[in-house]
Design a protein around this ligand. Structure first.
Ligand code: SF4
Length: 384
């Protein structure tokens, strides 16, 4: 199935809930220690932002809503319902036709939790599993066990949120092929519709980054990590989870409406501290400081503290390159009709990447080769 390009009237919403019980050693997201007393203020901040966005929203078609974090499931179902009610006041949408995802951490959710969030309007669960190996979960400083991970997926399905995506991680210190095979099999034995695969990275500012030299000694070799990835791709394909993007796999019809918007250039509002928006060709970012965010929203001011607009060619290159992440590649004619013509210089660079076997052109589509998927960062740095 070909995922269609977003129409100009389409829009998505992202809500960033920055609270976590504890920060994982590898996490580079904007996260603060959970403080229940701030939950209500954050929700009020979201409401102020929705009200500010309402004049734009009322003319648009809502495709997806995503509650990410952090750990959004630390908020109550009533908070989520309050936010969704405010969205309903700003933009007409049918909840059953709109993908409404929330991220969950396995340690903090039971069947009852999922049931409450389903009643509040959530129809897709993104569960942060990472691994089904207790020793690796411990080394990742995660708070849940493999059993908790399994239970969370089953609880979500039993509560009626049966559109379930999970995250899995490879290239973890101490990870073996046997452990990875077990994680893959356990994952696909569960009732999931979608899966995202990541390799562990050491980002500046994280505690893993500070311990990088010691942890690196325990990492699988590059060759082993590549085998883990390719083995996972084969395994998922056999289990009908098709690779539709470099790191995303889905059963037929269950690709992420929200994430494909990021890859195909759909506009979105990001609400909450540190959230990005993409509107009118501009990238905007809210302040990362939670207190400042709450204060600005309370006083009716905009929390945006950064704004940039790429020039025409830069914008086109970025969109073209990100669209290449999708397995379907870029349909040249459709892309040019929807956005703008691809410059001759860009096409020369594409031809050069084809010669190096990073890209291929099949008829009217340009897509990554297997080598291009493995070395996407190199492709991106040539094109952007
Ligand atoms: S649970 Fe997720 S968002 Fe929270 S600290 Fe861990 S990795 Fe980061």
């Amino acid at each position: 199935m070909v995922i269609p390009l977003p129409q100009p009237e389409e829009i998505s919403l992202y809500f960033h809930v920055p609270f976590c019980k504890k920060k994982c050693g590898y996490c580079h997201f904007f996260v603060v220690k959970d403080d229940k007393e701030l939950h209500e203020s954050l929700v009020q901040g979201f409401i102020q932002e929705i009200k500010r966005a309402a004049p734009i929203l009322k003319k648009r078609k809502l495709v997806s809503i995503y509650f990410g974090g952090g750990t959004p499931s630390l908020l109550s179902a009533m908070h989520i319902e309050t936010v969704l009610n405010e969205v309903t006041r700003a933009i007409a949408f049918s909840p059953s036709d709109t993908e409404i995802t929330m991220e969950f951490n396995p340690e903090s959710c039971s069947k009852e939790t999922f049931h409450h969030f389903k009643s509040a309007g959530i129809n897709r669960a993104s569960i942060g599993i990472q691994s089904f190996d207790d020793a690796l979960l411990l080394s990742l400083t995660r708070e849940h066990s493999a059993q908790k991970g399994r239970d969370a997926v089953l609880a979500s399905a039993e509560a009626g949120i049966d559109n379930i995506t999970i995250d899995l991680m490879y290239e973890i210190p101490g990870q073996t092929k046997k452990s990875w095979d077990n994680t893959l099999q356990t994952a696909t034995d569960l009732p999931i519709t979608h899966l995202s695969l990541y390799n562990l990275t050491f980002e500046e500012g994280t505690s893993f980054y500070r311990k990088k030299s010691a942890l690196s000694l325990l990492l699988p070799s590059d060759e082993e990590a590549k085998d883990m990835l390719l083995h996972a791709v084969d395994h998922f394909e056999r289990e009908n989870l098709h690779r539709y993007e470099i790191s995303a796999f889905a059963k037929t019809g269950f690709y992420s409406r929200h994430n494909t918007g990021y890859w195909l250039g759909r506009e979105f509002f990001g609400f909450g501290p540190s959230a990005f928006s993409y509107l009118g060709g501009k990238r905007l970012r809210n302040t990362e400081n939670l207190k400042t965010y709450l204060k600005l929203c309370k006083e009716g001011d905009s929390p945006i503290d950064f704004e940039e607009e790429l020039e025409r060619e830069g914008k086109l290159r970025e969109l073209f390159t990100i669209s290449l992440r999708l397995s379907q590649g870029v349909a040249i004619k459709e892309f040019e009709e929807r956005f703008m013509p691809l410059s001759q210089k860009l096409m020369e660079e594409v031809a050069n990447l084809e010669k190096k076997e990073f890209l291929r052109t099949d008829g009217a589509r340009i897509s990554l080769t297997e080598k291009g998927r493995l070395f996407f960062n190199d492709v991106a740095s040539e094109l952007i």
